[in-house]
Design a protein around this ligand. Sequence first.
Ligand SMILES: Cc1cc2nc3c(=O)[nH]c(=O)nc-3n(C[C@H](O)[C@H](O)[C@H](O)COP(=O)(O)O)c2cc1C
Length: 360
Amino acid sequence: MTLLSPYSLRGLELPTRVVLAPMTRSRALAGNVPNPLAATYYAQRAPAGLLISEGTQVSPQGVGYIRTPGIHSSEQVDGWRPITDAVHAAGGRIFAQLWHVGRVSHPDFHGGALPVAPSAIAVAGESFTPEGRKPLGAPRALETTEVLEVVEQFRRAAENARAAGFDGVELHGANGYLLDQFLRDGSNLRTDEYGGSIENRARFPLAVVDAVISVWGADRVGYKISPYFTGLSMSDSTPVETFSYLARELSRRSVLYLHVAEPVSGPAAAQPGLPRITPILRAQFDGTVIANGGYDRALADAAIAEGTADLVAFGVKFLANPDLPERFRLDAPLNPPQAATFYAGEEKGYVDYPTLRPAA
Ligand SMILES: Cc1cc2nc3c(=O)[nH]c(=O)nc-3n(C[C@H](O)[C@H](O)[C@H](O)COP(=O)(O)O)c2cc1C
């Protein structure tokens, strides 16, 4: 078995094990409606086994970056439809990544109100607001009674993802956003049933999982984590135990896949004193494992051959190479990524990276 072998994902037949990693591209239109250019961008990458959309807000409260799309208004749902249609017409499959940034936001996105989080702990860093970069400040802690309202935002977004023609959903539980903020003890100091023990800290993320499963069924729900991510003021005193508990609970719920973003310094790189996380979680999760973070063809083949991962998600390489699976097949050189257009540039750096063969 190699990266280019087919894979059966509970009834979704993937031609290869190459996955497009979710990537924010900051090209959404007014009202956070997806840009029609996204139909071309995603359809170009449809030969992948699976595409995962850029992070997509579940509610106005979940917004934290300019020009990122949502999936809570009817205009946004209508904007996604031609994108999922284009992917299907090109023979692909696409999941929506459902996102709530929590504290990684700024009052400018919320009519002056504070962003929400498990606890009122400030984040070091900057927010990309409509008026430019501003310091990220302290959020306000959600009231206990508000937590289930956020769960409901995810449930409605999951329904909207169905209406928009997606094939499934991925919960963005990685990179220091709301689900991650509840799970890890450095960002969750609550004293109610959503804080304290790991069982309590996982209660909100798992309630979101259950809500989304109620819409899609467990066979079409994935979950992304980044256990060793320390950006955006994130920390956890026992990450292996914390994420092992989550992996077991997701497994108990028969979640389709666990998507593990490893430190970008390379999949083999463990944090000092911390073991490589993906094999540990693999042993505790019965579903499909997607590995991610600094992979190339050889590392991906090795992870699949040793059984650590079933699928491998590629971010930057797939962004810059719309025909990445084909290039892997031919062992062809890769286009270099242009970082200046990751989050800006409209067509440029979005739909104009060259393919080996001219587009049909
Ligand atoms: C431009 C850009 C935008 C990203 N946006 C998201 C996102 O919206 N959601 C997410 O889960 N990860 C996001 N990521 C992280 C990628 O999904 C992936 O985890 C990371 O790039 C490491 O994989 P790679 O080494 O193959 O690029 C983003 C990465 C890049 C480069």
